[in-house]
Design a protein around this ligand. Sequence first.
Ligand SMILES: O=P(O)(O)OC[C@H]1O[C@H](OP(=O)(O)OP(=O)(O)O)[C@H](O)[C@@H]1O
Ligand code: HPA
Length: 180
Amino acid sequence: MAATSEDAKAALADAERIHSATAVDEALDRMADDLTRHYRDRDPVLVCVMTGGLIPAGHLLTRLEFPLQLDYVHATRYQGSTEGGDLEWMAGPNLSLEGRDVILVDDILDGGWTLATIKDHLLAQGAASVACAVLVSKRIARQVDIEAEYVGLEVEDRYVFGFGMDYEEYHRNLRGIYAL
Ligand SMILES: O=P(O)(O)OC[C@H]1O[C@H](OP(=O)(O)OP(=O)(O)O)[C@H](O)[C@@H]1O
Ligand code: HPA
Protein backbone atom coordinates (compact mmCIF):
# COMPACT_ATOMS: atom_id res chain seq x y z
CA MET A 1 0.00 0.00 0.00
CA ALA A 2 1.26 3.49 -0.85
CA ALA A 3 2.76 5.50 2.01
CA THR A 4 0.80 8.47 3.33
CA SER A 5 2.10 11.84 4.46
CA GLU A 6 1.63 10.60 8.06
CA ASP A 7 3.92 7.62 7.32
CA ALA A 8 6.45 10.02 5.83
CA LYS A 9 6.32 12.27 8.92
CA ALA A 10 6.83 9.27 11.18
CA ALA A 11 9.83 8.07 9.12
CA LEU A 12 11.42 11.51 9.34
CA ALA A 13 10.86 11.66 13.09
CA ASP A 14 12.73 8.33 13.46
CA ALA A 15 15.49 9.14 10.97
CA GLU A 16 18.98 10.44 11.72
CA ARG A 17 20.16 13.62 10.01
CA ILE A 18 23.54 12.63 8.57
CA HIS A 19 24.35 15.79 6.56
CA SER A 20 23.10 19.27 7.46
CA ALA A 21 21.80 21.81 4.95
CA THR A 22 25.09 23.68 5.36
CA ALA A 23 27.10 20.55 4.58
CA VAL A 24 25.00 20.01 1.43
CA ASP A 25 25.53 23.64 0.34
CA GLU A 26 29.27 23.37 0.87
CA ALA A 27 29.41 20.09 -1.07
CA LEU A 28 27.55 21.73 -3.98
CA ASP A 29 30.00 24.65 -3.91
CA ARG A 30 32.94 22.24 -4.18
CA MET A 31 31.33 20.28 -7.01
CA ALA A 32 30.53 23.49 -8.88
CA ASP A 33 34.15 24.71 -8.54
CA ASP A 34 35.46 21.41 -9.93
CA LEU A 35 32.92 21.37 -12.76
CA THR A 36 33.72 24.97 -13.63
CA ARG A 37 37.45 24.20 -13.83
CA HIS A 38 36.86 21.31 -16.21
CA TYR A 39 33.96 22.51 -18.34
CA ARG A 40 34.03 26.31 -18.54
CA ASP A 41 35.33 26.28 -22.15
CA ARG A 42 33.76 22.99 -23.34
CA ASP A 43 30.15 23.99 -24.07
CA PRO A 44 28.80 20.94 -22.20
CA VAL A 45 25.27 19.56 -21.94
CA LEU A 46 24.16 18.99 -18.35
CA VAL A 47 21.74 16.05 -18.35
CA CYS A 48 19.62 15.75 -15.22
CA VAL A 49 18.35 12.27 -14.25
CA MET A 50 14.73 12.76 -13.20
CA THR A 51 13.28 12.67 -10.70
CA GLY A 52 15.88 12.63 -7.92
CA GLY A 53 18.49 14.57 -9.89
CA LEU A 54 16.18 17.57 -10.17
CA ILE A 55 17.12 19.24 -6.89
CA PRO A 56 20.91 18.73 -6.99
CA ALA A 57 20.96 19.71 -10.69
CA GLY A 58 18.97 22.88 -10.04
CA HIS A 59 21.22 23.94 -7.19
CA LEU A 60 24.38 23.11 -9.17
CA LEU A 61 23.15 24.98 -12.24
CA THR A 62 22.88 28.30 -10.45
CA ARG A 63 26.53 27.90 -9.42
CA LEU A 64 27.81 27.15 -12.95
CA GLU A 65 28.49 30.54 -14.52
CA PHE A 66 29.61 29.46 -18.01
CA PRO A 67 27.77 28.52 -21.22
CA LEU A 68 26.05 25.14 -21.09
CA GLN A 69 22.84 23.54 -22.27
CA LEU A 70 20.37 21.66 -20.08
CA ASP A 71 18.55 18.44 -20.87
CA TYR A 72 17.11 15.52 -18.89
CA VAL A 73 16.43 11.84 -18.99
CA HIS A 74 13.73 10.20 -16.96
CA ALA A 75 14.64 6.68 -15.87
CA THR A 76 13.77 4.89 -12.68
CA ARG A 77 14.44 1.54 -11.00
CA TYR A 78 13.16 2.07 -7.46
CA GLN A 79 9.68 3.52 -8.20
CA GLY A 80 9.01 4.70 -4.68
CA SER A 81 10.41 1.56 -3.08
CA THR A 82 13.63 1.00 -1.15
CA GLU A 83 14.64 -1.97 -3.38
CA GLY A 84 15.85 -1.45 -6.96
CA GLY A 85 14.51 -3.43 -9.94
CA ASP A 86 14.98 -3.16 -13.72
CA LEU A 87 15.59 0.30 -15.13
CA GLU A 88 12.50 1.73 -16.80
CA TRP A 89 13.36 4.37 -19.42
CA MET A 90 10.61 6.98 -19.60
CA ALA A 91 11.92 9.99 -21.54
CA GLY A 92 14.78 11.96 -23.03
CA PRO A 93 17.27 13.13 -23.91
CA ASN A 94 15.90 15.76 -26.28
CA LEU A 95 19.03 17.52 -27.58
CA SER A 96 21.42 15.90 -30.03
CA LEU A 97 24.42 14.77 -27.98
CA GLU A 98 26.58 13.98 -31.02
CA GLY A 99 30.14 15.10 -30.20
CA ARG A 100 29.09 16.83 -26.97
CA ASP A 101 30.65 16.61 -23.51
CA VAL A 102 27.90 15.53 -21.10
CA ILE A 103 27.70 16.09 -17.34
CA LEU A 104 25.20 13.53 -16.06
CA VAL A 105 23.74 14.74 -12.74
CA ASP A 106 21.90 12.55 -10.25
CA ASP A 107 21.12 12.62 -6.55
CA ILE A 108 22.73 9.30 -5.57
CA LEU A 109 25.06 6.60 -6.83
CA ASP A 110 24.08 3.37 -5.08
CA GLY A 111 24.38 -0.02 -6.83
CA GLY A 112 25.31 1.93 -9.95
CA TRP A 113 22.97 0.31 -12.43
CA THR A 114 21.05 3.52 -13.18
CA LEU A 115 24.02 5.73 -14.07
CA ALA A 116 25.90 2.93 -15.84
CA THR A 117 22.90 2.23 -18.10
CA ILE A 118 22.23 5.90 -18.82
CA LYS A 119 25.91 6.62 -19.48
CA ASP A 120 26.11 3.75 -22.01
CA HIS A 121 22.96 5.00 -23.70
CA LEU A 122 24.31 8.57 -24.04
CA LEU A 123 27.66 7.36 -25.38
CA ALA A 124 25.76 5.20 -27.89
CA GLN A 125 24.00 8.39 -29.01
CA GLY A 126 27.38 9.88 -29.91
CA ALA A 127 28.31 11.90 -26.81
CA ALA A 128 32.06 12.64 -26.88
CA SER A 129 32.30 12.10 -23.12
CA VAL A 130 29.98 11.47 -20.19
CA ALA A 131 31.05 12.33 -16.63
CA CYS A 132 28.82 11.56 -13.67
CA ALA A 133 28.17 14.11 -10.92
CA VAL A 134 26.24 12.93 -7.87
CA LEU A 135 25.38 14.73 -4.67
CA VAL A 136 25.73 11.48 -2.71
CA SER A 137 27.81 8.36 -3.24
CA LYS A 138 26.93 5.34 -1.13
CA ARG A 139 29.98 3.50 0.18
CA ILE A 140 29.17 0.01 -1.10
CA ALA A 141 30.47 -2.42 -3.70
CA ARG A 142 28.83 -1.40 -6.99
CA GLN A 143 26.76 -3.93 -8.93
CA VAL A 144 28.42 -2.68 -12.13
CA ASP A 145 31.66 -0.96 -13.07
CA ILE A 146 30.88 2.72 -12.56
CA GLU A 147 32.09 5.55 -10.35
CA ALA A 148 31.19 9.24 -10.36
CA GLU A 149 33.83 11.76 -11.36
CA TYR A 150 32.23 14.44 -9.15
CA VAL A 151 30.89 13.50 -5.70
CA GLY A 152 29.44 15.85 -3.12
CA LEU A 153 29.10 13.65 -0.03
CA GLU A 154 29.56 10.03 0.96
CA VAL A 155 27.08 7.98 2.96
CA GLU A 156 27.30 4.55 4.50
CA ASP A 157 25.09 1.66 3.45
CA ARG A 158 21.74 2.90 4.75
CA TYR A 159 18.63 4.09 2.92
CA VAL A 160 18.94 7.88 2.72
CA PHE A 161 16.56 10.65 1.70
CA GLY A 162 16.34 14.42 1.30
CA PHE A 163 17.69 16.90 -1.28
CA GLY A 164 16.21 14.99 -4.24
CA MET A 165 16.21 11.51 -2.73
CA ASP A 166 12.83 10.16 -1.73
CA TYR A 167 11.31 8.21 1.08
CA GLU A 168 8.29 6.61 -0.67
CA GLU A 169 8.24 9.65 -3.03
CA TYR A 170 8.16 12.03 -0.02
CA HIS A 171 10.93 14.18 1.46
CA ARG A 172 12.76 15.04 -1.78
CA ASN A 173 12.36 18.67 -0.68
CA LEU A 174 14.35 18.39 2.57
CA ARG A 175 17.46 20.59 2.66
CA GLY A 176 19.56 18.10 4.65
CA ILE A 177 20.18 14.37 4.18
CA TYR A 178 18.61 11.81 6.50
CA ALA A 179 19.11 8.05 7.00
CA LEU A 180 16.56 5.44 8.06
O1 LIG B 1 22.74 3.34 -8.28
P1 LIG B 1 21.35 2.73 -8.32
O2 LIG B 1 21.22 1.55 -7.37
O3 LIG B 1 20.90 2.40 -9.71
O4 LIG B 1 20.36 3.79 -7.68
C1 LIG B 1 20.44 5.16 -7.92
C2 LIG B 1 19.20 5.66 -8.60
O5 LIG B 1 18.06 5.35 -7.79
C3 LIG B 1 17.28 6.54 -7.63
O6 LIG B 1 16.36 6.66 -8.66
P2 LIG B 1 14.92 5.98 -8.66
O7 LIG B 1 14.94 4.82 -9.60
O8 LIG B 1 14.48 5.72 -7.25
O9 LIG B 1 14.03 7.09 -9.30
P3 LIG B 1 13.77 8.57 -8.75
O10 LIG B 1 14.91 9.41 -9.28
O11 LIG B 1 12.47 8.93 -9.32
O12 LIG B 1 13.79 8.52 -7.23
C4 LIG B 1 18.29 7.65 -7.71
O13 LIG B 1 17.68 8.87 -8.09
C5 LIG B 1 19.26 7.16 -8.74
O14 LIG B 1 18.86 7.53 -10.05
O1 HPA C 1 19.40 5.26 -0.42
C1 HPA C 1 18.64 5.70 -1.34
N1 HPA C 1 17.71 6.66 -1.10
C2 HPA C 1 16.89 7.15 -2.05
N2 HPA C 1 16.90 6.74 -3.30
C3 HPA C 1 17.78 5.78 -3.61
N3 HPA C 1 18.00 5.20 -4.80
C4 HPA C 1 18.97 4.32 -4.62
N4 HPA C 1 19.39 4.32 -3.33
C5 HPA C 1 18.66 5.23 -2.68
